[in-house]
Design a protein around this ligand. Structure first.
Ligand code: CTP
Length: 394
C-alpha cells in the first residue's frame, strides 16, 4: 500500500504555472503531503495563496520565509522530501541547476536533497530545442535527474511546437512510478489484462461485452505504485492513458492470448482482469454485411481459454464474473484453470457491475480460504488483491 509521502513541488515562472495547482490538488487528494516552493517569477503567474489553500501547508517563496514545520536550516525541506518535482520548469531553472547554482530556495532544495528529482519543462519551442537547453538537460539526466518530455501543441506564443508542459496524468504517473521504487513489488514483473475483447463480425461490427477495463487499470496502477514492472495488455481505448508501465493494445481474444504468452516470460504474476470472449465468429466477413436477407446466422467457434492455457512459474490470478452461485462457480474456475487466487464478483450488483468505480469482491485462494471484502473503490480492491499476490510471491 502507498504510505503518505512528502512531495516538494517546485513551481517556476511559466504560463503553465497554473497547472501546478492541479498537480498539487491531485497529490493532496491521494494523501501525500505537498510542500510547495515557488520562485519569485512563479508568484507572478499564480498566487502562493492558491497553493496554500490546496495543500493546507505554507508555501515557501523565498530563502527567508520558512515552512512552519521545518527548522531554520534551508536544507530541512530537502531532507524531508521523498521526491522533488519541478513542474513547470523553465529554461532558467534548468540552466541554474546544470551550473550547480544555489541561488534561491528551489535550487538550494534541489541541490541539498538526496531524494529523486523529476523535472517537467515548459517553455517556448525554440528555447527547448536550443542546444544550450538540451546540453543542460543531458547534463542533469547524466546526474540522475528524471525529465518528463514536454508535449507538442499550442504554446503561449500562439505557435504550435514542442514545449507544452506534459499532461498532468503523465506527471502524476511518473511521480508514482519513481516513488514506487522502494515498494513491496519493486523488481517484480506483473502482467495484467484489462477490458473486453472485440471479435469482428465484419469490418464494422464486432461481438463485445460491457467490461470497462477499470478494474484492470486500477490493478496496473496499484502495481506500478508499489514498484512493479507492469505490462498491461488492454483492449480499452476510452480510459485515460497510463504512465510508468508497458501497454500492449489488443482487440481480440487471439491477439490477447499471443500478447499474454509473450509477456509472461520471466513474470512473477499474471492477473487476468479482462473479460475475454468465449466465442468468436468463425470467419469475419471482409466487407460490410448488407441487410439483404430477412435473418442472419453467425457461426461461432470457441476461443482459447487464455488463463487456463498459460502455464509457467508465476502466480496466476483470475476473476470470476458471476450472476449466480458466486462462490461455487468461482471455486470451479480456480481449480479448472489451476489458479492461485480467484476474485469473484457478482455482476448483478450495480455497485460492482461493469463500468462502476467500486467493486465488491470475494477473494478465494487455493486452500479454500474465502475472504469477503466490503464495497470499496476499484483501486482499494486492487491493493487488497496485490497484498495477497505479494504474499504469494514471497
Ligand atoms: N478467461 C480467459 N480466457 C477466456 C475466458 C476467460 O483467460 N477465453 C479468464 C478471464 O480473464 C477471467 C477468468 O478466465 O480471469 C474467468 O472468466 P469468466 O468469464 O468469469 O469465466 P469463463 O471461464 O469464461 O466461464 P463462463 O463464461 O462459462 O462463466
Amino acid at each position: 500500500m502507498i504510505k503518505e509521502k512528502t512531495v516538494i513541488l517546485g513551481i517556476t515562472g511559466s504560463i503553465a504555472a497554473y497547472k501546478a495547482a492541479d498537480i498539487a490538488s491531485k497529490l493532496t487528494q491521494s494523501g501525500d503531503k505537498v510542500e510547495v516552493v515557488m520562485t519569485e517569477p512563479a508568484t507572478r503567474f499564480i498566487s502562493p495563496l492558491t497553493l496554500r489553500g490546496i495543500t493546507g501547508w505554507p508555501v515557501v517563496t523565498s530563502m527567508w520565509e520558512l515552512s512552519s514545520e521545518f527548522s531554520i536550516e534551508h536544507v530541512a525541506l530537502a531532507e524531508a522530501a521523498d521526491i522533488v518535482v519541478i513542474a513547470p520548469a523553465t529554461a532558467s531553472i534548468i540552466a541554474h541547476l546544470a551550473a550547480g547554482m544555489a541561488d534561491d530556495m528551489l535550487t538550494c532544495t534541489v541541490l541539498a536533497t538526496k531524494a529523486p528529482v523529476i523535472i517537467a519543462p515548459a517553455m517556448n519551442d525554440n528555447m527547448f530545442a536550443n542546444p544550450i537547453t538540451q546540453e543542460n538537460i543531458e547534463k542533469l539526466k547524466a546526474r540522475g535527474f528524471i525529465f518528463i518530455e514536454p508535449a507538442y501543441g499550442r504554446l503561449a506564443s500562439g505557435k504550435t511546437g514542442k514545449g507544452r508542459l506534459a499532461e498532468i496524468d503523465k506527471i502524476l504517473g511518473t511521480i508514482r512510478k519513481v516513488l514506487g521504487r522502494c515498494g513491496d513489488m519493486a523488481g517484480r514483473k506483473i502482467v495484467i489484462t484489462a477490458g473486453g475483447t472485440r471479435e469482428p463480425i465484419d469490418p464494422v461490427r464486432y461481438i463485445g461485452n460491457r467490461s470497462s477495463g477499470k478494474m484492470g487499470y486500477a490493478l496496473a496502477e496499484a502495481a506500478r505504485d508499489r514498484g512493479a514492472d507492469v505490462m498491461l495488455v488492454t483492449t480499452t481505448t476510452c480510459l485515460p492513458e497510463t504512465t510508468g508501465m508497458q501497454v500492449i493494445d489488443v482487440a481480440t481474444a487471439t491477439e490477447m492470448k499471443k500478447a499474454v504468452t509473450d509477456a509472461v516470460k520471466n513474470a512473477d504474476a499474471l492477473v487476468m482482469a479482462a473479460a475475454v470472449a468465449d466465442y468468436r465468429p468463425e470467419n469475419a466477413a471482409t466487407s460490410k454485411i448488407k441487410k439483404d436477407n430477412a435473418g442472419l446466422t453467425l457461426e461461432l467457434v470457441k476461443t482459447a481459454d487464455i488463463l487456463a492455457e498459460t502455464k509457467g512459474d508465476f502466480i496466476k490470478v483470475g476473476f470470476a464474473a458471476e450472476s449466480e452461485n458466486l462462490i461455487n462457480n468461482a471455486k470451479k474456475k480456480l481449480k479448472g484453470k489451476d489458479l492461485d487466487l480467484i476474485i469473484a464478483n457478482d455482476i448483478t450488483d450495480k455497485d460492482s457491475g461493469f463500468g462502476a468505480d467500486t467493486n465488491k469482491v470475494t477473494i478465494i485462494d487455493k486452500n479454500g480460504k474465502v475472504e469477503e471484502l466490503p464495497l470499496m473503490s476499484k483501486r482499494e480492491v486492487a491493493d487488497r488483491v496485490l497484498n495477497r499476490v505479494v504474499g504469494l510471491i514471497g
